[in-house]
Design a protein around this ligand. Structure first.
Ligand code: AMP
Ligand code: ZN
Length: 111
């Protein structure tokens, strides 16, 4: 998708700290971390937000989530983490390519 910052990161046009990659997604470090560990799980297919999924793509997203057990172990935050998906500007979404925030660390505050 033209002019999408996350498509450019996936394509390697914009650099990122990539911690994990498979055929369906990448996991990168958030450039402006809001927690000790703040990662972004970004599906490689471009959807503007969580409401843009169909049954097939929701299932693919589910496959990405299923990998979290192994990935969280490898990356050292399997003892606790929080997932956040912002939908819409009102909820704080600033990049309109579906992504899941992964927050972890000792200083996680409540909602
Ligand atoms: P959201 O506000 O839910 O759309 O989240 C977008 C996130 O992307 C924010 O937490 C930003 O800090 C992060 N972000 C924006 N540009 C980059 C980038 N070039 N590399 C890594 N993270 C980024
Ligand atoms: Zn995109």
């Amino acid at each position: 998708m033209e002019n999408c910052i996350f498509c450019k990161i996936i394509g390697g046009v914009i650099p990122s700290e990539r911690l994990y990659e498979d055929d369906k997604m990448i996991i990168i470090k958030d450039i402006a971390p809001k927690a000790e560990t703040h990662l972004l799980m970004i599906p490689k297919k471009h959807y503007s937000d969580i409401t843009g999924l169909d049954v097939t793509t929701a299932s693919e997203l589910g496959e990405c989530l299923l990998k979290l057990q192994e990935i969280s172990r490898k990356l050292g935050f399997s003892d606790g983490f929080r997932l956040i998906i912002n939908k819409g500007e009102k909820a704080g979404q600033t990049v309109f390519h579906l992504h899941i925030h992964i927050l972890a660390g000792d200083n996680l505050t409540g909602f």
